[in-house]
Ligand binder design. Structure first.
Ligand code: CP
Length: 308
């Protein structure tokens, strides 16, 4: 069973193959209308369940379109409409769903839900985000960097802001793809140190630097994310803003990075909070390429999981 649960749980060589496959598939359909079927139809006859316990625009639409382009069919299910973890165990839902569909993508709250689903499903399971990680997003980010700047190995990536689930997958990717990673943010919002230690154990240079202006020196890629994640209490909003205001990615900060540095944000963004519109719409920004590449890289991830 080939699940895609986290970047650190898939072989580094397979991750590189997924990126290469995604770039090839993207190039093969360049300019085609979005609803046009790919020449190759590897998901012909396959049914894919897309389960969302949290809101989504990019993940939902990109998986749905990707399956259809590859000849498969989808059913989009909201957690509220299912008996997932209430009414029946997640294990039983996994066993039942496996009798109906060929692949399950799930966006959920607790990592334990994803892992229980994967343990008991007899079809591949893909992590579409948990409170802990967001691997499909960072695969799209690596693809986007490599399209624009070549191999990410040995490059310097700087994350400014909250040490959240998206950062965690960047830490996994640093270990697997071999890039340097600097976290800059206030200490109360540090990532789990275990993510940093794991990347270091794989040879990545991973550091914490409290001063964002020092952190971005020599950066090839600057990344940020929303200051209040979906699973954070809204009551934390004002405190988060006070803690993170100094870590906003603005033109002054980007000017300290390498002249050809890229800027990424997984979106959705709160413009002029974590990043200014000047940066988001400026010459360093590749945020909409990132969003597009969710489609291409997830198609490659699904092919990897299904072996097709
Ligand atoms: N970046 C991302 O996962 O977007 P959605 O929450 O809209 O899916």
């Amino acid at each position: 069973m080939t699940h895609f649960l986290d970047i650190n749980k898939t072989d580094a060589s397979a991750l590189c193959d997924i990126i290469d496959s995604a770039i090839s598939m993207k190039q093969a359909r360049a300019g085609a209308p979005k609803g046009t079927a790919d020449a190759d139809q590897p998901l012909d006859g396959r049914m894919v369940a897309l389960i969302f316990e949290k809101p989504s625009t990019r993940t939902r639409v990109s998986f749905d379109v990707g399956v259809r382009q590859m000849g498969g069919q989808t059913m989009v299910l909201s957690g509220a409409d299912m008996q997932l973890g209430h009414g029946e165990t997640i294990a039983d839902t996994a066993r039942v769903m496996s009798r109906y569909v060929d692949l399950i993508m799930i966006r959920t709250f607790e990592e334990a839900t994803l892992l229980e689903m994967a343990e008991h499903a007899t079809v591949p399971v893909i992590n579409g985000l948990t409170n802990r990680t967001h691997p499909c997003q960072i695969m799209a980010d690596v693809m986007t960097f490599e399209e624009h700047r070549g191999p990410i190995k040995g490059k310097k990536v700087v994350w400014s802001g909250d040490g959240n689930n998206v950062f965690a997958s960047f830490a996994h990717a640093a270990g697997q793809f071999g890039f340097d990673l600097t976290f800059t943010g206030p200490e109360p919002l540090d990532p789990e140190y275990g993510f940093l230690e794991e990347a270091r154990a794989k040879g990545a240079n991973v550091v914490i630097e409290r001063n964002p202006h020092v952190a971005v020196e020599g950066a090839d890629l600057v990344v940020t994310d929303t200051w209040v994640s979906m699973h954070d209490p809204q009551s934390a909003r004002e405190r988060r803003h006070n803690q993170l205001r100094g870590y906003q990615v603005n033109a002054e900060l980007m000017a300290k990075a390498n002249p050809d540095a890229l800027f990424m944000h997984c979106l959705p963004a709160h413009r002029d909070d974590e990043a200014t519109s000047e940066v988001m719409d400026g010459p360093h920004s590749v945020i909409f390429d990132e969003a597009e590449n969710r489609l291409h890289v997830q198609k490659a991830i699904m092919r990897h999981c299904l072996g097709v």
